[in-house]
Design a protein around this ligand. Sequence first.
Ligand code: C2E
Ligand code: CA
Ligand code: CA
Ligand code: CA
Length: 280
Amino acid sequence: VKQQGRNGWHFFSASLEEKVRKKLSISNGLRLAMERDELSVRFQPIVDTLSTRIVGAEMLLRWHPAEGPVSPALFIPIAEMTGSIVPIGSWVFAQACQAEADWRSRWGELAPAYISVNISARQLNEKNLLSEIKAIIKTHACDPARILLEITETAVMADIDTNLRVLRSLADLGFRVAIDDFGTGYSSLAQLTKLPVDVLKIDKAFIDGIEHHPESRAVVKAVIGLGRAVGVKMIAEGVENPEQLLELRNFGCDFVQGYLFYRPLEKHQFIEAVEQSFKN
Ligand code: C2E
Ligand code: CA
Ligand code: CA
Ligand code: CA
């Protein structure tokens, strides 16, 4: 028999209903987001740990429906659940290819080395992913070697066999591959070395507090050591203060990304930041 406490059960069911309604309205809204022109992308610079020059950027999706912007942390999981992430992800990917070609024509040899784009498991499972990606790179005359595909460790490990095959095909096309949110998914070193991985991104959760806690410091140091041992580049994300940067420098982390340097920027702000960074 359920609890009939006036507050308890009643309050709970109301807030649950509220949550379901909100999710429904987000999933309906997302279906129309593209045609309503409500999506945009930001560019968060990634910098070289030692020189602090901009070496790349992560492309981050933004959604601003009429009712006001919705956080990616809220709408991305819903888009993944409903499948909307597939067309939206293709749109983001096309934006990345366009940006890559644009940077190269703008800055030539000086252009940041890569642009990072998040790819969800749902996209990897699409059977026409490869043909679609080929078409997009052709349209934008994009150099895949300058595109870094970020796939979360959890997504890769959820179906390692399929994903390994798809990632190999993407790597064969010349794309770079990054394991995102590394450290949160319990992959083994053996599994890791089977993947065509160029970059590991250490999740912000591991960076938080490294300046205060010796145990967190030891973990990050070990992870960076592991990355170096298997010959991949390391990016630390969510770097917010100079003390964290100092530790990461000592550990030999290649690149950092975080509010200490830049927030996700609009395209024109990113262009200014890169040109400013040439003077460093
Ligand atoms: P993520 O891939 O781990 O992206 C990094 C997130 O950390 C971004 O949040 C970024 O704004 C934030 N961040 C960067 N530096 C700092 C810092 O110093 N401090 C703090 N507190 N946060 C920092 P954002 O833009 O809200 O994106 C959240 C997540 O949404 C992303 O996490 C990614 O999983 C997903 N996402 C964003 N854009 C896309 C996309 O185009 N496709 C897919 N599939 N997922 C996306
Ligand atoms: Ca990412
Ligand atoms: Ca990440
Ligand atoms: Ca993260």
